[in-house]
Write a protein of this length. Sequence first.
Length: 391
Amino acid sequence: MEDQPKPEEDEAASAVEAGELARPRRGVALPSSAAIRRGIALLLATLLAACGSTAMPTVSPSAAPSWAATASFTAIAAVLPGAASPASSAPASAETAGDQDDDATPGGPPVPSPAATTDPTATAARQLPGEPDPDLTPGAINPAVTQATIGATICVSGWTATIRPSTSYTTPLKIRQISEYGYADTSTASYEEDHLIPLELGGAPSDPANLWPEPYTATTADGRDVGARVKDSLENSLKKAVCAGTLSLSDAQARIGIHWVHVFYGIPLTADLAPPVAPPVPPAGTAAPPVLPPASFGVAFVSLPNPAIHGSTANMAARTTAGAVCSAKVTWPSGAVSTAAGLQTTPTAGADGLVSWAWNVGSTTKPGTAKAVVTCTLGSVATASDTFAVQ
């Protein structure tokens, strides 16, 4: 049972409701009318300041009693829920500031804003500074995080802390991977052991394929910042969009993968480069010399969907000999061959030998194991095949 109000409180409340102040009882000291007026004036001045008014009465704080200052803050807090007490202002928690990845160092210079659209003037490249080596870090996802479970996982404040691997695991891994990446700077302080697909977007917590030593300092050839803190800002913005329902989880995971710098700055993954120089036309009646493949001509997969998720974008890449023309074929678990437009292209391998495809996975695609085949031609034919999971 709730405590009953004291008689004095009842009478005072009745008097206020009646439009008059209750008469002071013997032994009860009420503030003088002048003190009340000063307190009300201070309250109004503070409220006007909080609301951004330029016409603000001047009141000396020293002229008001201490109880009036307390009342003024209480009134402000009632209309401004975000107001902090003047006596204490606690710093924002790490969770409200955004998830920090393993060994991440908060702070640093302001990060640039992501591009709203694709930059058509940017130099095309299949791997930019700041992006991981897809052979070493293709990325991996946490099967416990799906579009259906985000409300109980990544969108719950503090959830990532429950699955984050300890530094006793990630620090030795970072040291090993710094060597694998061949970095000249071997100081662990220069890198964030980053989840390529971040935990806050359903990345695998402890899979080495999803962890890599991401440099804090890295720039593109034209000087744009692509260090670890830039990727962190992209991760946080994508998570907010996913949890707000404006972006699907699978789309967010596709954007933060091995080509995250392309996404952040709107740089096309492939673009029309300088047109190839046509070979000389032989004289009439003379057969053109055959195009001979190099002695080591072949093709191998660099990355595959991991996994492919229906209703999302899938990506795969392969490496072959520069100049080879390649095609791709994906056979779904049902046995049907994909007719997605993104798989109908026949890219020509550039100087780095890379070819890649991105396509939309149908919303009705059945789960299971799919098969990918890449065929490249350069005087002879080379083929590679592999499988990947479909969820």
